[in-house]
Design a protein around this ligand. Structure first.
Ligand code: GDP
Ligand code: MN
Length: 381
């Protein structure tokens, strides 16, 4: 789960990282009020879960509250890389002398957290890494030792940070690493960390990604999730305990198990179709879960056929069959459906489906058979 800039920065400030004074506005009027309260020039910043907002025109300076209102009016409602701007952050504007990059991430290959700094801040760090990787100073962190002071000095030295700022850098880097660890983050990044007009370090932009699997330990972070920034189907899927990713194809897939779901998607592609989604209803999925999954699949207008591929292990095929029938009681489906049920209680499952005599539903014996039938059905639909 990604946090918005304003959320990341509030979190940073709890770990002794200096951030500009600011507040979030949902309307131009609110932007005006906040700018007035802050006094002096402000920066109006689109709060969307994507980078490069500056380049896209989503970050604008304003000298007066009136101008802040106008900039907010322009930015609110804007579309930035497919993200609609619903909120703007109004921050006290800073004079920028230098833009630095500072970030902590998880280096899977090294099996360690990695802290990185660069004098080429403000820009997309992936771009810096591509063009001039030598401009990024890296220190791997032993999780048992934590981030050591000498490592922070290495970073400061590597980016040629003026000596008088090393002490501030110590505090910020320690804070950022602690924030990363204590938030179960996969990324905590300040870009840019600036040297401001008075010669101090200040975190002007922030980004955090939190490990979804750890969110149960951080209810205060979990509630920061911006559901308006994600497709409604993903919100519903999460509420129902399903793993769901929307894709662009036309075959809605309902599968139990992530591996089987991937294999099912591959199979539809192999036979010339394309999956509308990844959907893992999980082990032991009961009727209500299956019904929720079916509703989510059917809400996608691109779906032309539905493919159920269920391997009964912990999940019992008769339970899934009941789920399908329950869902079909609630939701009218005019689309062709292909069902493959194998494993625990498969005869019982198939019997339930057959006896219900659902129109447009056919059964399949193997995965290949099911995929072929679904592709053919989607094509003729
Ligand atoms: P991003 O483009 O999504 O990464 O958004 P940022 O918050 O990093 O802003 C982009 C750029 O806008 C920064 O790199 C700065 O150059 C500039 N910027 C952001 N805040 C301020 C500010 O307070 N004052 C000035 N002068 N420039 C700013
Ligand atoms: Mn930035």
């Amino acid at each position: 789960m990604n946090l918005h800039e304003y959320q990341s920065k509030i979190r940073f400030s709890e770990f002794d990282i200096p951030i500009p004074k600011g507040k979030v506005a949902r309307s131009p009027q609110e932007a005006y009020e906040i700018a007035k309260e802050l006094g002096g020039p402000v920066v109006v910043k689109a709060q969307v879960l994507t980078g490069g907002r500056g380049k896209a025109g989503g970050v604008k300076l304003a000298q007066t509250p009136e101008e802040a209102q106008q900039r907010a009016d322009e930015i609110l409602g804007m579309d930035i890389k497919g993200h609609k701007v619903l909120r703007v952050l109004i921050d006290q504007a800073s004079e920028i002398k230098t833009e630095i990059y500072l970030g902590v991430t998880n280096d899977r290959a090294a099996r360690q957290p990695l802290i990185m700094a660069s004098a080429e801040g403000g820009m997309d760090i992936e771009e810096v890494n591509r063009v001039s990787p030598d401009k990024i100073v890296r220190e791997h962190i032993d999780p048992f030792l934590g981030l050591r002071d000498y490592q922070i000095r290495n970073l400061a030295y590597g980016i040629e940070l003026p000596r008088e700022l090393w002490k501030q850098m110590m505090q910020i880097a320690r804070g950022l690493y602690r924030c990363y660890v204590e938030s179960d983050a996969t990324l905590a990044e300040i870009n840019p960390l600036i040297i401001d007009g008075s010669g101090n370090l200040l975190a002007v932009d922030g980004k955090m990604s939190i490990d979804d699997s750890a969110l149960y330990r951080h209810p205060e972070l979990a509630e920061l999730r911006d559901t308006s920034a994600e497709p409604a189907a993903e919100t519903q899927a999460r509420a129902a305990g399903l793993s769901y990713v929307k894709l662009d194809g036309e075959i809605g897939c309902m599968v139990n198990g992530a591996g089987l779901a991937m294999a099912t998607m591959d199979m539809t592609k192999l036979f010339g179709g394309s999956p509308a989604n990844f959907l893992d209803i999980g082990g032991g999925a009961k009727a209500d879960k299956v019904a929720a999954a079916l509703r989510i699949i059917l809400a996608d207008p691109n779906v032309k056929a539905v493919l159920f591929n269920i391997f009964g292990g912990i999940t019992r095929c008769d339970e899934v069959a009941m789920g399908i029938l329950t869902a079909l009681d609630e939701v009218k489906v005019d689309l062709p459906m292909v069902v493959r049920l194998v494993g625990t209680n498969e005869e019982e499952g198939r019997r339930l489906i057959d006896e219900a005599m659902i129109p447009h539903m056919v059964s399949a014996a193997t995965l290949a058979d099911a995929a072929q039938k679904a592709v053919a059905a989607a094509r003729s639909a």
